[in-house]
Write a protein that binds this ligand. Structure first.
Ligand code: HGY
Ligand code: MN
Ligand code: MN
Length: 405
């Protein structure tokens, strides 16, 4: 708890944390974490994409435990951080007690899970879904390139950590629920069965700046009007053609230059949508350019589309689901199986190595906000469940088979 609270001081913002990836406060938090890992007796380093890795010495196979330490803008103190500090605590216990034998712990803080540059950036590179060269040119909203941010942080040129199914025998990601289900059902542990897929893209409409008082409506090439119209049609399509659990978010709008009296020449809309069904994701993905073409005809503008992260729905490992359930029982923690509507680094590891994930309750279901919190007792139950799962895996010692749920 002391480590978690100390980490929350980096980028503290009122009751929450504002620590976007590779900002000065995030870089300071990474240095703190690397140092804390070393103090715990781990071999620690920060790799070429800024992920922090701490490994217990002397092992040949590893259970990877982690999550992320970057946050959304004005986010909470536990989203991501809890899983990383759980990993640190378990690794520290391994070193102190000399347990594990040839099985060690590798603690991971994947860089930029929340997507200042690209969502799931660190885990995409770790899982070899993207090369460093493919991500290095990505720009944040303030136009900083990932390359220059890594350079400034001093991480550029460091070797990049990569997943290896021969030595990484499992990935475990403990996390806060970020929703209301556990609290409302009076459960302490949510065992994740699958993580829904999420896709993002950014659409830009390009029109023409004109005087907003003198230009007749029919002669305008108004990129703002195009964006508003597009947003309504996109949401209408998702409502009508999505599934019962489809969610979407039009989370940011940019209008240039943004004045009362200038017809907008350039507008940008952030689009995200999520569902457990690859077919529904495909349907929405395919309508995006179709709707854009319609809107361009109607408003006499043009469009550009930038694809963002596309994370497919990911099922968790069946054996690990059962292990987590048994560990929760052993810890007298009432549990339930549930899908995750939030995205996590686990979704990229799951197709490659046996992956398991569980949640502890979020007070009032709040997250991605400074109000995010979890009762201290519930955090501690979560850590007990994690250590029980890991003790079981170490005692068993046999490789897990990647049989997903
Ligand atoms: O956006 C997500 O689902 C996660 O919190 N990064
Ligand atoms: Mn998050
Ligand atoms: Mn998270």
């Amino acid at each position: 708890m002391a480590d978690l609270r100390e980490l929350a001081e980096f980028g503290r913002y009122e009751s929450g944390v504002n620590r976007r990836a590779l900002t000065p406060e995030d870089i300071a938090a990474r240095a703190w974490l690397e140092n804390r890992m070393r103090q715990a007796g781990l071999d620690a380093r920060i790799d070429g994409v800024g992920s922090v890795i701490g490994t217990t010495p002397g092992a040949t196979r590893y259970i990877v435990v982690g999550s992320h330490t970057d946050t959304v803008p004005k986010g909470g103190w536990l989203d991501g951080a809890m899983g990383v500090i759980f990993g640190l605590e378990v690794a520290r216990a391994f070193v102190e007690s000399g347990t594990g034998g040839d099985i060690g712990i590798q603690v991971m803080s994947f860089n930029d899970e929340e997507g200042r540059f690209a969502g799931l950036m660190g885990s995409s590179v770790f899982c070899s879904l993207k090369t460093l060269e493919e991500v290095i040119g990505i720009r944040a909203d303030d136009n900083t390139t990932l390359a220059s941010a890594l350079e400034d942080a001093g991480y550029a040129g460091q070797p990049v950590a990569e997943i290896d199914p021969a030595t990484h025998i499992a990935y475990l990601e403990p996390h806060i629920e970020q929703g209301p289900l556990l609290e409302s059902r009076k459960k302490k542990i949510g065992i994740v069965t699958e993580i829904v897929g999420a896709e993002r893209c950014r659409i830009r409409f390009l029109g023409q700046a004109d005087h907003a008082g003198t230009t007749p409506m029919a002669m305008r090439r108004d990129a703002a009007g195009a964006l508003y119209d597009y947003a309504v049609r996109f949401a209408g399509f998702c409502r009508e053609h999505g599934g019962d659990n489809t969610v979407w978010n039009l989370g940011n709008v940019g209008l240039e230059p943004g004045a009362y009296n200038v017809v907008t020449p350039e507008s940008t809309l952030y689009i995200e949508y999520r569902d457990g069904s690859p077919e529904i994701l495909r349907r929405i993905r395919e309508i995006i350019p179709v709707l854009a073409t319609e809107i361009c005809d109607l408003h006499d503008v043009e469009y550009e589309l930038d694809d963002g992260v596309r994370a497919q729905p990911a099922a968790m490992n069946e054996t690990l689901i059962n292990c987590i359930e048994a560990a929760a029982d052993k810890c007298d923690a009432p549990s339930l199986r549930m899908p995750s509507g939030a995205g996590h680094d686990a979704m990229l590891c799951a197709p490659i190595i046996p992956t398991g994930m569980f949640f502890v309750p979020s007070i009032d279901g709040r997250s991605h906000d400074i109000a995010e919190d979890t009762k201290e007792d519930d955090i501690i139950i979560g850590l007990r469940v994690l250590s029980t799962v890991i003790s079981g895996l170490v005692a068993d010692g046999s490789p897990l088979i990647n049989q997903t749920h």
